[in-house]
Design a protein around this ligand. Structure first.
Ligand SMILES: [Zn+2]
Length: 392
């Protein structure tokens, strides 16, 4: 049994906000929210009573600027800040589903300016007392985060409101997920599904961080992980039994910790999970995802117009400009305007023209302006939404 009431927290409301969990055998989890308000004591009091009034209480209200901590209800029961996912009661998913409203705004990530203090440590102590692992199973909270239903149902750890299936809020914004775990001090439990490690491995940090779009830490994979391992070996910081590989293991963490200690870090700053400055010192630069992702494709507008008008100079049914056409067809399909049968045939035939007309109408064009022949503005709009550039 974990902590039900956090002794450092002030009590808010009448202490009764929910009920028993629906799936107590599912792993324990935390959901972070932001109140989309200012911070400070006046906001704490006003938002605090507002959440009771609208019956949307979380378990916890936290002020990241003053470290003030309030608690509405027992952590072993449900809170009320989530919408159901169909008939699934997301508020009642897991052994616990501890919900925290932070007095902040999603578009100004609070970890950029917060001052976590002893109350934040107390909050994280209570969270860990329920066995919530120090992980973010659904990844980043940046805009566009996904809401993976199976992950939510089966994995314990920390989530943002932006990750919860059946919900449409995007809080808490792009917070520094590693900073949340780090500010708690100490070390949490191993991630769900992770190996428990060797006898000496129980104190090894098992959380991940994202730096410049790339993940580091236990379980992270990619060629950038191998590159870090090789650089560590080159610096004489090796705890590897075998050579470094593309999946971050405890050996990578131990090796990286040697590097951090070499740089003069200690305690939790030398836990073997990279920070930006130690990474830059090691690699000479901060590796970025850009090198690994394909370049944005470019569509030539004049090629498209020619293909759509079936310029008599072109061979009917030929493959001229098919590459450009396919990119646009894929975008129209993604918009739900073109069926899979025609998407990708590379021919700007009457079906594709009809689909493009629908896109133009969607953009607000009417009459002859919505003739199904691509124009610069509508094409750029489609490209901005679906990931291609336009050469006009
Ligand atoms: Zn929320």
């Amino acid at each position: 049994m974990g902590e039900i009431w956090i002794k450092e927290a002030e009590r808010l409301g009448d202490g009764s906000i929910g009920g028993t969990m629906d799936t107590p055998s599912a792993p324990p989890r935390v959901v972070w929210h932001t109140t989309e308000s200012g911070a400070g004591n006046a906001a704490f009091d006003a938002v605090g009573s507002y959440l009771t009034k609208v019956v949307s209480e979380p378990h916890i209200l936290y002020d990241p600027t003053t470290d003030r901590l309030g608690q509405y209800g027992p952590l072993n029961q449900s809170a009320r800040a989530l919408k159901n996912d169909g008939s699934t009661r997301t508020n009642r998913t897991g052994r616990v589903c501890i919900q925290i409203e932070v007095l902040a705004r999603a578009d100004k990530p609070f970890t950029n300016y917060w001052k976590p203090g002893p109350n934040f440590t107390a909050l994280m102590r209570a969270i860990r007392s329920w066995g919530v692992p120090d992980t973010w199973p659904a990844g980043s909270c940046a805009p566009g985060a996904s809401r993976p239903r199976t992950t939510w149902a089966t994995k314990g750890g920390h989530y943002g409101h932006c990750h919860i299936p059946g919900n449409d809020h995007w809080d808490p914004g792009n917070i520094d997920r590693a900073a949340i775990l780090k500010a708690a001090g100490g070390s949490g439990t191993a991630p769900q599904g992770g190996t428990s490690g060797s006898a000496s491995g129980s104190s090894i940090a098992r959380y991940k961080v994202t730096i410049n779009g790339l993940e580091y830490g236990y379980g992270a994979t990619g060629s950038h992980v191998t590159a870090v391992g090789k650089a560590l070996v080159a610096k004489g910081c090796s705890a590897y039994a075998e050579g470094p590989g593309p999946t971050w293991s405890d050996a990578d963490t131990k090796s990286y910790a040697l590097w951090q200690k070499k740089l003069g870090y200690s305690g939790s700053d030398a836990d073997g999970v990279p920070g930006e400055s130690s990474l830059k010192a090691l690699m000479g630069t901060v590796p970025s995802k850009a090198v690994a992702t394909p370049a944005t494709p470019t569509v030539d507008l004049s090629n498209l117009i020619a293909a759509a008008r079936r310029d008599p100079g072109l061979k009917q049914g030929g493959t001229t400009h098919a590459a450009d056409v396919r990119i646009v067809e894929a975008a129209l399909k993604a918009e739900g305007l073109l069926s899979a049968t025609y998407a990708g045939d590379g021919s700007f035939g009457s079906t594709t023209v009809a689909a493009y007309r629908k896109w133009q109408q969607k953009c607000g064009y009417t009459g002859s302006a919505a003739d199904g022949i691509p124009g610069k503005a509508s094409l750029e709009k489609l490209g901005a939404k679906r990931g291609f550039k336009v050469k006009a």
